[in-house]
Write a protein that binds this ligand. Structure first.
Ligand code: SAM
Length: 280
């Protein structure tokens, strides 16, 4: 018996349903239900929220979310082998777990969710960053989600929360921090997973802000940041020269020395540069 519900332990679920982990699907499972409940608690008060979970696998985090009181969980899982195990969880929590057998990159979850919505997931490593970037760059802000509580490889987590001047600082930090607050809330060693991955992991919690910290056109900011960090060792006047013929003047107008490198430039300055570039 697990500590958090009356369903069988996850090792038994995996054995009963033949869920041998597949590397191609990024399957590193969490089997300790105390740990999955702890991750669920990092997502905040779930009692009034629908929770979107990507890649529930055998359902360890799903059980944590439900046991911690999530109003409803929508779980999208690509691996059809996991669906019967997830259906057993749905039966134990009537009306609170909806399962979709599909690819999270293709399914539109919004039709299945009622706001307020929080996202919580131990993401498959191969699509984690792509999903995060999508969630951070919707057409309109605020986005459909109130918060994201996501497990990443430690190195990716550090890129999300990085400050200027560090090696990890780049496009992901700016995208994440411009309109959200982002922090690492848990660190997990490889042995927390079955099978253990090669690297450590960390849970990042992002809360959507009502609006951007500094004004900027999202498309212009995205273009500037991509160009600046694509050639991160170059001075900005060189890295950005394709964006405007008078890039030095625009950098100066934004209060940035043209000889600076992207790594040294903070979010506020990048937003000022995006505004300077948007002017005719
Ligand atoms: N949440 C489970 C846990 O914590 O034990 C499993 C996490 S495992 C790191 C990632 C899960 O995502 C696997 O169950 C895998 O089958 C699933 N997955 C991989 N690619 C997916 C995709 N494109 N869409 C939805 N699920 C996917």
């Amino acid at each position: 018996m697990s500590g958090i519900d009356t369903l069988p332990p996850l090792r038994a679920v995996i054995a009963d349903h033949g869920l041998s982990a597949r590397k191609s699907l990024g399957q590193n499972f969490l089997l300790d239900l105390n740990l999955t409940a702890k991750i669920a608690r990092q997502a905040g008060d779930l009692s009034q929220c629908d929770v979107l979970e990507i890649g529930p696998g055998p359902g360890g985090l799903t059980r944590g979310l439900l046991a911690e009181g999530a109003r409803r969980v929508l779980a999208i899982e690509k691996d059809a082998r996991c669906i019967p195990a997830l259906e057993e969880i749905a039966a134990a929590y009537p009306g609170r777990l909806e399962i979709i057998n599909g690819d999270a990159l293709e399914v539109d979850p919004l039709a299945h969710l009622t706001p307020p919505i929080r996202v919580a997931a131990n993401l498959p490593y191969n699509i984690g960053t792509e999903l995060l970037v999508r969630w951070l760059t919707p057409e309109d802000w605020p986005p459909f989600w109130q918060s994201l509580t996501l497990m990443f490889q430690r190195e990716v987590a550090e890129r999300i929360v990085a400050a200027p001047g560090s090696k990890a600082y780049g496009r992901l930090a700016i995208l994440a921090q411009w309109r959200s607050s982002a922090r690492i809330v848990m660190s997990l060693p490889p042995e927390a997973f079955t099978p253990p991955p090669k690297v450590s992991s960390a849970v990042v919690h992002l809360e959507a802000l009502p609006g951007p910290r500094y004004p900027a056109d999202p498309a212009v900011l995205s273009r500037v940041v991509a160009a600046a960090f694509n050639q991160r060792r170059k001075m900005l006047r060189a890295a950005l020269k394709g964006l405007a013929p008078d890039i030095e003047d625009r950098l100066l107008a934004a209060g940035i020395a043209p000889t600076e490198r992207a790594e040294q430039v903070g979010l506020e300055q990048f937003c000022a540069l995006a505004r300077a570039l948007a002017r005719p």
